[in-house]
Ligand binder design. Sequence first.
Ligand code: HEM
Length: 314
Amino acid sequence: MVQTEEVDTTEAFRRQQVAEINGSAGEREELEKRHGEVWSNDEVRSVFEFESFAAPFAIAAIGHLLGSKESDYDKIYRASSDLALAFTGQIGEQRERIEGGLAVLNSYADDLIAEHRRHPAADLVSDLIAVEEGGDRLSESELRMLITILIFGGLDTTQCQFACAIAVFAEHPDQWELLAAHPDLAPGATEEILRYEPAGAGAPRRAVTDFAFEGLDFHEGDVVFPSTMAANRDPRVFKNADTFDITRPRGATQLTFGGGFHYCLGAALARAELEEALPVLAQRLVGLGPAGQAEWRKLATIRGPEFLPVSFNR
Ligand code: HEM
């Protein structure tokens, strides 16, 4: 009844990457290596601002996935951050930066495609090109758009989700200690953080026909914004829904990655990143707690603290 675009881009992505990401030792080793690099950075102090700290995790994972050069990380991170303004209440005043960020990402996607056409490899971009060249599922402009969405979708969301996680754990020291003592709780902790403090507020849809739901009338063309945040706290689905509990028995799935045709393509990668990083952080940031007033993004569909000062015992 409600839909966005009718372009099925999932097959190319799923063909190899999701399976690989969601459990391959190689990817996990890479993430672990990246975390180690970030940790050995002397700038990390016992009181620091977490949101910018989370960025290198996200950029390394998506850069690795796309075969980007590390020297390009900074450029694509900046462009992605500018584009992220489109998901806040500042579209009018920030239009120039938003369009500039999109232009940089599109041109970067073009370069990546051209490079992979010249030198195909066993990687995601080459796989997507093969689907595009196969002709019937992915056009050239869809291919470019998909790579741009992958970069953007993989960066801002994951960075925000890390920051949401740290904000919540800083307020729940017992849960943080539990995770440090039992790293095997990481998958449950990840699901719980995605449920309790999601980086995504909802998954918009456009009505393709008139319909009524729960006494409300919707008309063809209406944009509907179902709140997955509210659904994640539905007491009919989650017992003690307002309690943050990483040992919560896993029954119903949280809806933070949306659902149906447009279900998040990067859900497996985002989960792998969080599952990998959270127990490592829990063991290193002993005594994590707030160190001042956090500032959260305002009116944003991709949400999280923009400024998150925390402290820990080193
Ligand atoms: C915690 C991190 C993330 C969150 C909260 C998140 C959330 C979402 C949501 C809510 C949607 C829309 C789903 C719908 O409309 O039903 C979505 C779509 C998408 N996400 Fe993510 N995402 C995350 C990480 C990622 C990552 C790491 C990538 C890339 C590797 C990614 C790539 C995409 C793409 C390409 C789509 C569009 C799918 C389509 O329209 O068919 N996301 N994501």
